[in-house]
Write a protein that binds this ligand. Structure first.
Ligand code: GDP
Ligand code: MG
Length: 163
């Protein structure tokens, strides 16, 4: 079986943009199972010729914000149970928000390896956020721009031990 990477992070950091870039036209199925996996998308990803399975934890962006942490926690837990590694994504332009720090705490409490990724790092607007990301405790973030396709070689390096 292919290794499995779960993209984890609060809404709007760019998870689905990276998912779409890595899966591209090979996206075969949109998962439609009930329960916490309802909104999940999985696909066969390819990064510099290396194949793996990728999970996008998604779909709760339009919900009542009050219910967000609980649903995110459930989705994150379900995805992590299947994952060989978690790609924890933050938005370098927004910096580290309390919800990012909370998600990082869950991940630190678990035993799934974490690759920290600072997205939206094109240009220089993300420099402060990259510094803040160090405080999450997963080392230097891999800086990427999912939208512009930058930093994918560095992402490959970060994921290499798991794919
Ligand atoms: P998700 O909620 O984490 O799945 O985030 P999305 O993939 O839906 O992206 C949220 C927003 O961020 C969208 O408007 C994207 O176009 C934007 N976005 C995603 N990646 C980048 C990036 O690398 N740079 C910038 N500037 N915007 C991005
Ligand atoms: Mg999404």
């Amino acid at each position: 079986a292919l290794p499995v990477i779960a993209i984890i992070g609060r809404p709007n950091v760019g998870k689905s943009t990276l998912f779409n870039r890595l899966v591209g036209k090979k996206l075969a199925l949109v998962d439609d199972r009930p329960g916490v996996t309802r909104d999940r998308r999985e696909g066969d990803a390819d990064l510099l010729g290396c194949p793996f399975r990728i999970i996008d934890t998604a779909g709760f962006e339009e919900d009542d914000p009050q219910s967000l942490p609980g649903r995110m926690r459930a989705q994150t837990t379900a995805a992590l149970a299947e994952a060989d590694a978690a790609l924890l994504m933050i938005d370098a332009r927004a910096g580290v928000l309390p919800l990012d720090a909370e998600i990082a705490r869950w991940l630190r409490a678990g035993d799934t390896p974490v690759v920290l990724v600072a997205n939206k790092a094109e240009g220089r607007a993300g420099e402060q956020g990259v510094l803040e990301a160090l405080a999450l405790g997963f080392g230097d973030p891999v800086q990427i721009s999912a939208e512009h396709g930058e930093g994918l070689a560095d992402l490959f390096e970060g994921l290499r031990p798991f794919i």
